[in-house]
Design a protein around this ligand. Sequence first.
Ligand SMILES: [Zn+2]
Length: 201
Amino acid sequence: MFNYPIQIRRLINEISKFPGVGPKMAERITLYLVKNYVKTADELINAIEGIKEIKICKICFNISEEDICSICSDKTRNEKIICVVESPEDIITIEKTEKFKGVYHILYGLINPVNGIMPDDIKIKELLNRIKKSDEIFEIILALNHTVEGDATALYIHKEIKDIKNNIKITRLAKGLPTGSDIRYADEITLGQAIVERKEM
Ligand SMILES: [Zn+2]
């Protein structure tokens, strides 16, 4: 029985680990790369190599070219308001609305016991440490999706923050966003409005 050479099978296997890419799609991408090797692969290899230089911000965990990201090091941003998001894509979406001038904190996931994701698996401890270390913070915006996981995570964080500091205002985005929908797919106007009309928890 014919099978692809090991080099090809290895690449198919690696590509099939990408989100939303199954084995069939991985096979198509790999064969495309084989066919167009000279044109495409060098560019792709360079682009992937470039990712190695990317860092994670030591304060908010945003993707960055430096140890501290451009938002955290921007002195015009209001450090007293932290907007908590699930992933770096959410920051891009929120920045487009131009309705938020505070700083961020990325959790890299939401609490989801069914999938084995517990509070310690995402960057909640790091958020609480940030809050403990500063006397300046007066609002935490939980810009998490209005889904089961988003609600569970928001409630958990709310309780943990109140245990440390009772005087911090904790808000969530207004329900203008359709229930169950993803912040990152919301249009800028709807999301901007949801930020402006955020509600205290
Ligand atoms: Zn940062």
